[in-house]
Ligand binder design. Sequence first.
Ligand SMILES: Nc1ncnc2c1ncn2[C@@H]1O[C@H](COP(=O)(O)OP(=O)(O)OP(=O)(O)O)[C@@H](O)[C@H]1O
Length: 253
Amino acid sequence: MNEETAAITIRDLSFAYDDIQILCNVRLDIWRGDSICIVGPNGGGKTTLIKLILGLLSPDRGIIRIFGRSPEEERQRIGYVPQYAKYDPQFPISVLDVVMMGRLAGTLRNRYSPQDRDQAMAALGQTGLADLAARPFASISGGQRQRTLIARALASGGDILILDEPTANIDHESEVRFLDLLKGLNERMTILMVTHEVGFASSFFKRIACVNRQVVVHPTSRLTGQLIQEMYGGDLQMIRHDHRCSEEGHRHD
Ligand SMILES: Nc1ncnc2c1ncn2[C@@H]1O[C@H](COP(=O)(O)OP(=O)(O)OP(=O)(O)O)[C@@H](O)[C@H]1O
């Protein structure tokens, strides 16, 4: 993969919180237009990996390049949807206000321009929520809140979209609409998504990255149908997946 096709390149990355090693010798290549699903056991290091990609944490060793430059330089090109559970839905603001927060430049200027507003409305249109712009964020459904947070990430105008467990707390119908939305966005954006729902991976993502101190990537085509059945049976609990993340259970691409 060369600089023209690379979106995110990680080499020899290690990171510890205090003395506890969380990620060790990670190598990962994510190309432009990729869609990659990040799975792994609780505490395996998925969110830590995302924070490193966003430049919110610095590696102890190794390098991370976003479009060939440092995460700090290219952070504006990444739209980030945080873990749903960490967002307080009771905060008294409108749907449009939430999306406007994605216009980082406006936040730094301390006031938003008409262009910021237009971008935020366009992002709401893309996620099918334009009619709800004036509604209090607290009054819309869980699935609509999720799409609002995606609109906020889109309003930033990035080329990479990173989502941390976005489907927790949304029903199946919303999940299907959500997948359609991701498919459309993937035509022009690189998408990374953390999930515990492995079934999700086979229906949309091109590749699946297992994070458990190290990172091992599989094409999702190898995980579909019978193979998924053999690997997980009817049980998609991450504890089974953790077992498969052992060195014997994986091949590096
Ligand atoms: N700020 C911090 N200080 C110290 N340890 C931390 C900190 N943040 C996370 N950890 C620890 O680092 C490890 C990896 O956490 P991380 O949130 O990256 O895991 P995860 O794979 O995203 O887990 P989950 O599936 O539960 O969300 C965990 O053991 C966690 O307790």
